[in-house]
Design a protein around this ligand. Structure first.
Ligand code: CA
Length: 230
């Protein structure tokens, strides 16, 4: 197996060296840089599997860089930042980041997020192509317009199905409230968070064994939701 190509964008020298060493030890091929402009250049010129991006960079803000990177490559972007406020996470995810890790974090946690991002980018096209999501007891068939739980047909309303469909399309990725509202209800409803809460509660009641401890429709506190992926 060829080793995965990682771009590490981090201006803190100590952290950069530490992560570079740790990730290399775990078999990743790491390119490290400290500026946004160098990162942009590297993404343009090379094939990468995952990007680790700090937000506070010396030349410009990581948040501005995200859409630029997404414009030239669909490589998953994991934010590594000390900014721990929900609005800051939401801004990065809305800009197109795939995941968000708040500093300080352990290397184990980072490796887990990277594996998940890599698995997702390898397999994510599959549910979309096949139109079929399968995780433990839950099966969603987009083409047949069917939801099955442990083999039993579950009745869902058209809006519930649309919400499921969007989550399936972005399986494993954190979807912000705003992104989900836009995809399901349209751009004029980005602020209507209560729609989402109501429909998510209904869906959980239908699909989760214990709606208070969901295993499929996961909450990212204060940020949004994520459909479990394994
Ligand atoms: Ca920084």
């Amino acid at each position: 197996m060829t080793s995965k190509q990682v771009l590490l964008v981090e201006d803190d020298e100590h952290l950069r060296v530490m992560l570079l060493t740790a990730l290399t030890e775990y078999g990743y091929q790491v390119t490290a840089t400290k500026t946004a402009s160098a990162a942009f250049q590297i993404v343009r010129e090379s094939e990468l599997d995952v990007i680790l991006l700090d937000l506070g960079l010396p030349d410009f803000d990581g948040n501005q860089l995200i859409p630029m990177l997404k414009g030239i490559a669909d490589t998953p972007i994991i934010i590594i930042s000390a900014r721990d406020k929900e609005v800051q996470k939401i801004a990065a995810l809305d800009a197109g980041a795939d995941d968000y890790l708040t500093k300080p974090f352990g290397v184990g946690e980072l490796l887990a997020r990277m594996r998940s991002a890599l698995r997702r980018s390898l397999q994510i096209a599959q549910p979309i192509r096949s139109g079929r999501y399968l995780c433990r007891d839950l099966e969603v068939d987009i083409h047949k317009h069917q939801v099955l739980l442990a083999g039993e047909l579950v009745h869902v309303t058209p809006v519930e199905f649309r919400l499921l469909e969007v989550l399936v399309r972005y399986t494993g990725k954190v979807m912000t409230h705003r992104q989900l509202l836009r995809e399901v209800w349209g751009p004029n409803h980005e602020e209507d968070g209560h729609y989402l809460r109501i429909y998510m509660r209904q869906l959980r009641r239908k699909l989760e064994v214990n709606p208070a401890e969901p295993q499929y429709l996961l909450t990212e506190p204060g940020v949004g939701y994520r459909l479990a992926f394994e």
